[in-house]
Design a protein around this ligand. Sequence first.
Ligand code: PMP
Length: 373
Amino acid sequence: MVYLDNSATTPICNKALETLVKYSSENYYNPSAIYLQGVSVNSDIESAKQTITNALGVKYNNNLIFTSGATEANNLAILGAYRKSFKKMLFSVGEHPSVYNVALELKKRGVDVDFVKLQQNGEIDYIDLENKLNKEVSFISIMLVNNETGAINDIHRVFELKNKYCPDAILHSDGVQAFGKIKINLDFLGVDLFTVSAHKIFGPKGIGALFVKNKNLLNPIIFGGGQEYGIRSGTENVGAIMAFKSAVDDFGNIKDNYNHVSKCVDAFLGELKTINCLINSHHSPYVLSLSFCGINGETLVHMMEKRDILISRGSACSSKKSGNRILENMGLTNEQTLGSIRISFSKNTTIEDAIFAGKTLYECYNELKDRLK
Ligand code: PMP
C-alpha cells in the first residue's frame, strides 16, 4: 500500500510507540504526585516542553501548554485569549475548521469577526489584510501552512503589518502542517500563540500543544485541578506527551527531508505527463492539491484506493461536507473544486512510491475520461 494522505495523519514511529508504552506502564505515575516517581515524571514533561519549544526555534521555558490535540489548542488560543474588551477579531477564510468554526461561533455570539480573503495561490491576500487592519483589531489568527493546499502564509509580514496598525493585537498561528516540515523560528514569525499537533509528525493522536509567549494572555477554557499553569486542567497525558517528544527527536534533518519530499513531488508530477490539471498550490511540497476539470475527485480517490494508493479529497475534517471553502475562496470554479484531490507526502515516502502513484493516477484519469466519452 502507498499512503499519500500524510496531512490527515501519520503512523506513529517506533521510538514514539516505545515511549508511549513505557510511560503508560512502567512510568505511569501522576506528574502531580509529590513522591519521587511523580516528581521525576513531571520533570520528564518539562524536558518534552523544552524539546518541542527548541524545535520551534526559540529558547523559552514554561511556555508550552499540552492539549488533547491541535483542535483544542486552537480553541484555547482563541477562546482563552478572548476578552470582552476585544473590539475586532480577524481570521483568514482559509483556516482549518478548528479555527474557522470558533470564529463563526464568536460571530454568532455577537463578536465583531471579519475574514481575510485568499489569493488565487492559496496565500492570504495581504492587501485585504492591510485594509482590514486598524487600531480596533485585538486578535489575528492566520495559519502558517494550509492543510488543503500547502500554501505558506508569510506570518512575519502579517506581524509587521500588525505592528504598523494594531501593535497590541494578539497574533496566533496554526502551525500544524508546518511543524517538523519547514524551518520555524517563532521569534522571527512574531506570533504570541502557536499551535502544533503530534499525529502529523509520526507521534500519537490526541496530543497537541499551544505555545504561548506570555501566559497572562490566556484564561483557561477547561477548569479543574490547575495543571498546565492553571490554563489547562486535567491529568497530563504523559505517555502521549513523551511520545510527542520522541517523535520530535526523530524528525531528522528538516532541510534534507524537505529536499527529499520535493523530489517525490517532482517524480510524481513527472508521471502525469500530458494531463491537463491545475496545480492549486504547492509551496510546501508536503501537500499537493490538484484539480482535474470534468472529473469527479471522489471517483479518482476511490479508483486509486482500489489500486492500493491512499490519497484524499481534501482535509479529513471537511471530507464529509460538500464543496470546499478553501478552493472556492481561491477562485476555483465548482467544476474545478469537484475535480480536486489532495496528495500529501512524508519524509518516509520513497521516490518509487511517488512514481508508482503518479503512473497510477495517470492511468485512472485516462480510464475515467474514456468512461465519460
Ligand atoms: N490545524 C490544521 C492545519 C490541521 O491540519 C489539523 C488536522 N487536520 C488540525 C488543526 C487539527 O489537529 P488535531 O487532529 O490534532 O486536532
